[in-house]
Design a protein around this ligand. Structure first.
Ligand code: SF4
Length: 460
């Protein structure tokens, strides 16, 4: 069909669908790669990590390419006696072993197999003291045994990919969960782009079964299908075209709120390469907090906020801010409490003098998302999600994240890292600072607006 080389990345992305490989080679123009700033950020962090690992192997060959019978691989590090693959993950994952096994199959075919395979990844037990110690930050494990174990299977996969690359017709493949991240979904399985069974919350294998039986949409799911109570509600709201509310449960949950109410939201950056003393890889560095406070029912909201703007550890100042501004009583409303709980716990561990206050806040966390995850209120417009970005337009349609420069948590921390970077102009820094303030303030105001809208629901 074509002389295009099949790369290792392509082989990995087509493990579950050979049709995708066929399309990559025959119709690359149909590919729609959605831009994802978070993935781009991870990739650029990964390159920095790779440079650190490479600095440990000054005599090795790096980034060497090899081809064999239409397949191209690029090895990260090749020493006289080992192949070393670099990953910025914190553990050995199956996908990393697969990655190495593909390289090994090709190296064996061309007689360049070193016989020993290693994975270099991030040691998340490392803690920065002063200067980064690359030897302690990077962990290298011999994975020869795990790689050899899957070689026959991977050889089979490569053979299949070679065949598909030369095929005149596309292999058949049913749509399923494997389509979710596929760049050909728009042309190959357009039905799945709408609110389809892929949105069935915690649908797992049931999604594949439904698609296999030709059921693309929630409203078409037969009543005989075994569904969880949440999934049943999803189908019900879709069929009826209106929201569902368990008014008693919504009211009972809201009744547990205690004044003064603090609507609180953090922004944090999971920084791979530790930049502050005692920081570990990927440690969440909390740099911003927004709080809307309502002292008593009907009283006007008060807004307070903290945003660090220097390239230093922001957490001590943030802890001081929380200690001063969050009182000893009242509910602390958050959205998806495990995130805020984690950040508060980290501050408590890091600064024992604030531990009592942080524990007190943790004990008063009130998770607004629970009303939606428990199915007390549900709308088909949530599309199977309970994220605040999906809930807000339904319950408080006048509010929107759309006009904000920063509109999600990943954008927020990527922008923050840009703001504290020396090379960023002061004008850009100011612009980002203001956008971050707007975004975090919106998050806490959105929680207030959702609570108020739910109060209306409960009084209906
Ligand atoms: S949309 Fe699904 S079936 Fe089509 S190529 Fe992609 S993964 Fe395969």
């Amino acid at each position: 069909m074509t002389n295009k080389l099949v790369t290792k990345t392509l082989i990995k992305s087509c493990v579950n669908c050979q049709k995708r490989l066929y399309l990559e080679i025959s119709s690359p123009e149909l590919k729609i790669q959605k831009e994802d700033p978070f993935l781009s950020h991870l990739a650029s962090e990964g390159y920095k990590f790779e440079d650190i690992v490479i600095s440990l192997y000054s005599d090795a060959q790096t980034q060497k390419t090899f081809t064999s019978d239409g397949v191209l691989i690029r090895t990260d590090i090749l020493t006289n006696d080992a192949l070393i693959e670099v990953k910025s993950s914190t553990s050995i994952r199956d996908e990393d072993i697969l990655d190495i096994a593909i390289q090994v199959c090709i190296l064996k075919e061309i007689g360049e197999d070193p016989g020993v395979y290693k994975l270099a990844f991030v040691d998340n037990t490392y803690s920065l003291s002063s200067k980064l110690d690359a030897k302690k930050f990077v962990r290298v494990e011999d994975v020869t045994e795990q790689v050899e174990e899957i070689l026959p299977k991977v050889q089979g996969l490569i053979t299949r990919c070679r065949k598909t690359a030369k095929a005149k017709r596309s292999p058949k493949k049913e749509s399923g969960r494997h389509c979710l991240a596929c760049p050909f979904i728009d042309s190959c399985s357009p039905k799945l782009l709408d609110y389809s069974v892929l949105n069935l919350r915690r649908g797992g294998k049931k999604i594949d079964e439904l698609l296999y039986n030709g059921i693309n949409y929630l409203k078409d799911i037969p009543s005989s299908t075994k569904l969880t109570s949440y999934q049943q509600l999803q189908v019900k709201t879709e069929k009826e075209g209106k929201s569902f509310a368990d008014v008693d449960k919504v009211a009972a949950t809201l009744n547990t709120l205690k004044y003064p109410i603090y609507y609180l939201d953090f922004e944090a950056a999971p920084i791979l390469i530790p930049r502050y003393k005692d920081c570990s890889p990927y440690e969440q560095v909390t740099f911003q907090v927004s709080i809307h406070i309502q002292e008593s029912p009907g009283e006007e909201l008060k807004h307070i906020e903290f945003l660090h703007d220097k390239d230093t550890d922001p957490r001590y100042e943030l802890a001081l801010f929380l200690n001063k501004n969050v009182g000893e009583a009242g509910s602390v409303v958050v959205y998806h409490a495990s995130y805020e709980r984690g950040r508060l716990q980290e501050i408590a561990n890091k600064y024992p003098k604030f531990a009592n206050k942080m524990d007190s806040i943790i004990g008063r966390l009130w998770d607004l998302e629970t009303i939606f995850t428990k199915g007390y209120y549900l709308s088909s417009q949530f599309e199977g999600s309970t994220s605040i970005k999906k809930v807000l337009p339904v319950l408080a349609p006048k509010l929107s994240y759309k006009d904000l420069n920063i509109s999600n948590g990943a954008d927020a921390f990527i922008s923050y890292l840009q703001m504290i970077d020396d090379t960023t102009t002061s004008r850009k820094k100011r612009e980002i600072y203001n956008s971050l303030l707007q975004y975090c303030k919106m998050d806490t105001y959105a929680m207030y607006a959702i609570v108020e809208a739910l109060r209306e629901v409960a009084h209906d």
